[in-house]
Design a protein around this ligand. Sequence first.
Ligand code: DAU
Length: 290
Amino acid sequence: MKGILLAGGAGTRLHPITKGVSKQLLPLFDKPMVYYPLSTLLWTGAKEILVITTPEDQLSFKRLLGDGSWLGVKLYFETQPEPKGISQALLIGRDFLAGEPCALALGDNIFYGQGLPESLGRVSEASSQGATVFAYQVHDPERYGVMEFDENGNPRDIQEKPAKAPSTWAVTGLYVYDGTASERASRLKPSPRGELEITDLNLDYLKSGNLKVEKLGRGIAWLDTGTPTAMLQASMFIQAIEERQGLQVCCPEEVAYRLGLINDHQLLQQAKALGKSDYGKYLLSILEKN
Ligand code: DAU
C-alpha cells in the first residue's frame, strides 16, 4: 500500500496568509499542518509516500520533509502546476503507484482519536479491492462532499457541496483506493468549476458496487482548517489535549517509532536535531519513558 499526500492548492480562503507560504506548511499549534496527515498516512501502513505540492512550494516541503528516512519511509515529490482537482493527484501519481493500492490524504485534513490507527490499519489491509471513504457527522455538511444512504444504510449517492444536504455525513479528505484508481481518474471529465472532482471518482466506485463507507464515531476528531478561525480553534484543541496529557497529537516521529519504522538511535538523532524546542524534548522523553 502506497500513500499520496496532496498538499497543493492556492489556499485562497486563507489569503493573505497563504500568499507567501503554502497552507499546509502553516503551524497548527506546535507543528506544521502537513505533519498531521503525514501521521495519518503512516497509520495506514504506507511506507512509500508521494508528496504533491505547487511548483513554488516544492523546495520548502523538501527542506521540511527530506527523503523520509527520519520516519523510516521513502518520500517522493511531484508538483501540481494548477489546482485542477483532487482526483488529479491519482494521475500525477500514476507512475509512482504503478497499479498498487493507495491511501490519498489531503494535506489540510486532521484526524485524531481513540481507535483511529487500528481502523486505518484494518482498512488498508483490505485495500486490494474497491475504495473506502471515511464519513464524519458535521453540522454544516453543505461545505463538503456529502453521503446519501438508502433505507438499509447503504451508500446511494455522494453530492459535492449540495445546496441541501441529504445527510449530515461529510466525506472526509482521506481515501483508500485499489489499484484501479488512476485508470478510473483518467476517465473523469472536469466539473463545471473545471476540476477533476474526488467525488466523481468516488461515485465511479459507488456505481460499480465497489465503494465502502467507514463512519468515524464521536470519539474521533476531524478538524477543520478552512478559515483563520477554524485554524485557531484547531490549534487550541491540539494545545488543550497535548498540555493536559503531556502527549503529542499526530507527532510523525512518535508514530514511526511506535510502528517500529525507526529505532531508538534514529529517534534520538531526530530529538537532538530539533535542539531546544519542546518538540525535541518530547521526542527525548519518549525514549526515557521506554
Ligand atoms: O476536506 C474534505 C473535502 O475536501 C471533501 O468533503 C470534498 O468532497 C472535497 O472536494 C474537498 O473539498 P474542499 O472544498 O475542502 O477542497 P479544497 O479545494 O479546499 O481542497 C482540499 C485540499 O486539497 C486543500 O488543502 C488543497 C488541496 N488541493 C485541492 C485541489 C482542488 C490540491 O492540492 N490540489 C487541487 O487541485
